[in-house]
Design a protein around this ligand. Structure first.
Ligand SMILES: [Zn+2]
Length: 93
């Protein structure tokens, strides 16, 4: 069977489930550290709603979900990632 069921994932901020391709994946990769969309390791997903990614508690939630410490610079990189992800939806998946 080659049925393509959508892969549902939970947004760690609003706790709603979405199709995987509408979510930004943040992974604590074993080798590369924190990576977006790729990587192997513990992952968390965030939806593209501004309410979620600009939540003041988002860093804390991510740290908890990924069980890691995120550098202060992380949030800037993260915001850039998720806003550009908004403009260019990932068509590769
Ligand atoms: Zn959300």
């Amino acid at each position: 069977m080659t049925k393509q069921a959508p892969v549902l994932r939970l947004c760690i901020s609003c706790r709603k489930t979405y199709d995987r391709k509408h979510l930004l994946k943040i992974t604590k990769d074993h080798k590369q550290g924190i990576v977006f969309q790729n990587g192997m390791g513990r992952s968390a997903y965030i939806c593209k709603s501004k309410k979620c990614y600009s939540d003041s508690k988002i860093k804390k939630k991510l740290q908890k979900a990924l069980k890691t410490f995120l550098k202060p610079e992380f949030i800037d990189i993260f915001e850039k990632e998720i806003t550009s992800f908004n403009d260019y939806p990932n068509k590769g998946i």
